[in-house]
Write a protein that binds this ligand. Structure first.
Ligand SMILES: Cc1cc2nc3c(=O)[nH]c(=O)nc-3n(C[C@H](O)[C@H](O)[C@H](O)COP(=O)(O)O)c2cc1C
Length: 330
């Protein structure tokens, strides 16, 4: 049966690309979409930034036709500002609006936004209701299990947010105080799925990094789809590999060097197209090590890739990599 968010049909068991600040921008989303991501989100966008018309926040609103379905994710601590930000984000014409109630980092959570709303569910519910009212688009939420080990309240959160109209919920199987440490625990996510009151799709998130894990956790935790973050960084093939495993029960071969170079080059070109040459080249530097992970004696090339400033020179190095490593199995 197809999973639906409002009228958006996501197919049988969608794989979602997680919102990731400084990572899931349009160039990265392009290569993830090419490799099978069914639904994607922007990086989180500050409601305050949107209202102030800050350039950085505005730029994050860019969404492209080929990315659909795509959600714009917003966060904030003030209900009225979140309402206004929802109206601004709606004008950018995404397919849905997502609210971040999961971000654990200090300058978000300690300013009353992100995961800190898990400490004040009444406010979270009022904020969500205001966002739902401010847009004609479906609204979804991404959150964590709770604030800490003693307050894992996501079961109640799921019911109450569904009651005020959200159309899907993604749960990262960690608490705020865990940050990114330890292992994600999806047990509570399964309890929510089994709650007969819950009708909306529930997506599991946290630590999925292989086709077997995706298949095992799909079965074990009964979720409607899986959201993947870190495992896709420098490895957008994770989506197609998981899909292949679901469909056939066999492992797809990993990408060849040619494919790695091709996708990395596409990512670089899209970065330059979207951010301009200087920023595009600079921000691409954080991705090279991931694209070529596992290749022996790669350091010399990585050093070149992260220091060169002209796209022609970077392309020459990528060409060298293609020739030098085309027989290496990784
Ligand atoms: C670099 C980075 C940036 C992130 N930025 C966001 C964000 O903007 N919004 C959000 O909801 N979660 C953000 N997250 C959390 C991820 O969406 C995801 O919940 C988390 O990484 C766990 O999933 P994973 O184990 O598949 O990576 C970020 C995570 C990372 C590693």
């Amino acid at each position: 049966m197809s999973v639906k968010i409002g009228n958006i049909d996501l197919g049988d068991f969608p794989l979602l690309l997680a919102p990731m600040e400084d990572v899931s921008d349009p160039p990265f989303r392009f290569v993830c979409k090419q490799n099978g991501a069914d639904m994607m989100y922007t990086e989180f966008i500050s409601s305050e930034g949107l209202i102030r018309d800050a350039a950085k926040s505005r730029q994050k609103l860019d969404v492209f036709e080929y990315e659909r379905p795509i959600g714009i994710q917003i966060f904030g601590s003030d209900i009225e500002h979140m309402r206004e930000a929802t109206e601004i984000a709606t004008k950018a014409k995404p397919d849905l609006i997502d609210i971040n109630y999961g971000c654990p980092v200090k300058n978000v959570a300690c300013r009353g936004a992100g995961a800190s709303l898990l400490q004040d569910i009444d406010k979270m519910v009022a904020m969500t209701a205001a966002v739902v009212k401010a847009t004609h688009l479906p609204v979804t939420v991404k959150t964590r299990l709770g604030w800490d080990d003693n307050t894992k309240n996501v079961y109640e959160v799921a019911e109450r947010l569904q009651d005020v109209g959200i159309k899907a919920l993604t749960i990262h199987g960690r608490t705020r105080s865990q940050m990114y440490k330890g292992v994600a625990d999806w047990t509570l996510i399964r309890e929510i799925k089994r709650n007969p009151r819950i009708q909306i799709p529930i997506f599991g998130n946290g630590d999925v990094d292989s086709p077997e894990k995706a298949a095992n956790w799909r079965l074990e935790y009964e979720v409607d789809g899986i959201m993947i973050g870190r495992a896709a960084i420098g490895y957008p093939w994770i989506f197609r590999e998981i899909k292949h495993f679901f469909e056939t029960g066999t492992f797809l071969d990993g990408p060849t060097i040619n494919e790695r170079v091709d996708v990395c080059t596409t990512h670089l070109k899209k970065s330059i197209e979207w951010k301009g040459s200087k920023t595009g080249i600079f921000e691409m530097r954080r991705h090279y090590a991931n694209y070529f992970k596992g290749i022996p004696n790669f350091k010399e090339y990585r050093m070149k890739l992260v220091s060169l400033e002209r796209v022609e020179d970077i392309e020459d190095v990528l060409y060298e990599i293609r020739n030098k490593f085309d027989t290496v199995a990784v």
